[in-house]
Design a protein. Structure first.
Length: 448
């Protein structure tokens, strides 16, 4: 998410929209009861293992692109299960292939492995004390977004399905992805930014022969054990943006002898807000433009030469996304020019497409998902966080969903959200997540 999965906004959206339980049957072939029971029994037996894996990974988090220890743990586990294992895929990525005993299709399941530059404040016995280098500085590292749970759940699903290998009509690929949060990337000599995360794994062939892919994200902002989903746009596309405003420095006592980029930048920030409120058709899809950083100047009475601003654009429609980017450039340049300054706008290097669940795959997947969750499936509003699972969806049909897992005893509406230094989760939901992934994979392979 980069999910940055910001799901704190999900609480307000749920309250406003009154999310509802899916109670009507969907016209699709559900996973047969006997097959599902085998998955449930196998996964439940693995619950202690999943808790141990999750705690080990949580205690030893690794930043985006640095997931060496986690990748080794995953690869060793998959090899013990007798799978074909590829390492170093798109960086530190791992792909395990389970070939079923019967011919059939190929489906993929994905988990992300990276942690965040956050200092943990949970007080857990297995809390992270790890340090790493991020953007040239030493930082604390924490699994503040639940990726430790994602890895543990997919390792559990892999072991459960390996036990059913002889009955599988096709193959399952287990994709353990690095750098979902967006590794620090720098352009090469030619000005090109190297690929990372899902995009790098795709370029390395991770989706070869795959016909569909499934993924989930754990969240503290849904009730425990409840899956949140929607068809169509689920999570926003994300574009990082940087605006340089160049003026002419001078003495603060004589602003008429300078061109003040601080004042121009302030006007640009306000002007950008009119793009969403007055220029984009938000009756079609919502959008967000936020400036999160503004830097300029060194002293109270000196007008600086330039100011740098950084922010994010979030959209749910690709045409609206491109339109908004053009309007950001025009607004910044024209406002700066009106005061004699110049604005230079750039986008990236982090840019994620909209995470969109295809209607047909969503509809076909819901029966198995309801079976795995005992019917606890909830239609939710759009989420303005972003996810590079969307890169996989550009290549093959992909279905992405949320699993509620607030810490036991906490109200999901008040629980610390993903990316918080206080973020924790209910480990009792690890088997639930693994069961849902395994059920979706088998159901897809069994469908005509």
């Amino acid at each position: 998410m980069r999910l940055s999965l910001s799901t704190s906004s999900l609480v307000a959206a749920l309250a406003a929209s009154g999310g509802f339980w899916l109670t009507t049957p969907v016209a699709a072939q559900a996973l047969d009861a006997a097959g599902f029971k085998q998955i449930e029994t196998a996964v439940d037996a693995l619950a202690p293992k999943m808790v141990a894996w999750r705690r080990d990974i949580h205690e030893h988090p690794e930043l985006s692109g640095q997931e060496v220890r986690t990748a080794k743990l995953v690869a060793e586990h998959l090899r013990k299960l007798g799978m074909e294992v590829q390492t170093g895929v798109g960086g530190t990525g791992v792909v395990g292939t389970l070939r079923g005993g019967l011919p059939g299709k190929v489906v993929a399941l994905r988990a992300d492995m990276d942690a965040l530059p956050v200092e943990e404040k949970t007080g857990l016995a297995f809390a992270s004390k790890q340090k790493a280098t991020y953007l040239g500085k030493e930082v604390s590292v924490m699994h503040a977004c639940g990726h430790d749970a994602h890895v543990a759940m997919l390792m559990g699903a892999a072991e459960a399905l390996a036990g059913l290998r002889a009955q599988l009509p096709g193959s399952v690929k287990f994709i353990f992805q690095p750098a979902e949060e967006g590794a620090p990337v720098v352009a090469d000599a030619s000005g090109k930014v190297p690929s990372f995360g899902a995009k790098a794994m795709i370029e390395a062939g991770a989706l070869k022969d795959v016909q569909a892919i499934y993924g989930l994200h754990i969240t503290s902002n849904l009730p425990s054990g409840v899956v949140g989903y929607r068809s169509g746009p689920l999570m926003a596309g994300s574009d990082a943006l940087t605006i340089h405003v160049d003026g002419r420095g001078g003495h603060g006592s004589s602003p008429w002898a300078a061109v003040d980029p601080v004042v121009a930048s302030s006007q640009v920030v306000l002007g950008l807000q009119t793009i969403v409120s007055r220029q984009l058709n938000i009756s079609k899809e919502p959008a967000v433009i936020t400036i999160g950083s503004i830097q300029g100047g060194t002293r109270y009475n000196i007008i600086p030469d330039s100011v740098e601003m950084m922010g994010t654009l979030r959209t749910f429609d690709e045409e609206m996304r491109e339109d908004a980017k053009k309007r950001i450039v025009a607004t910044a340049e024209s406002i700066a020019a009106s005061s004699g300054a110049k604005a230079r706008v750039s986008f990236g290097p982090v840019a994620y497409p909209v995470t969109t669940n295809p209607a047909k795959l969503t509809e076909a997947s819901l029966p198995a998902l309801r079976e795995a969750l005992g019917g606890k499936v909830m239609l939710i509003p759009k989420v303005s966080g972003s996810e590079d699972f969307s890169e996989f969806q550009k290549v093959v049909p992909g279905f992405f969903y949320f699993l509620g897992a607030p810490q036991k005893g906490q109200d999901f509406a008040k629980a610390p959200s993903n990316h918080s230094p206080l973020f924790d989760l209910d480990e009792a939901q690890l088997p639930v997540g693994a069961r849902s992934l395994a059920a979706l994979a088998v159901d897809f392979l069994k469908r005509p």
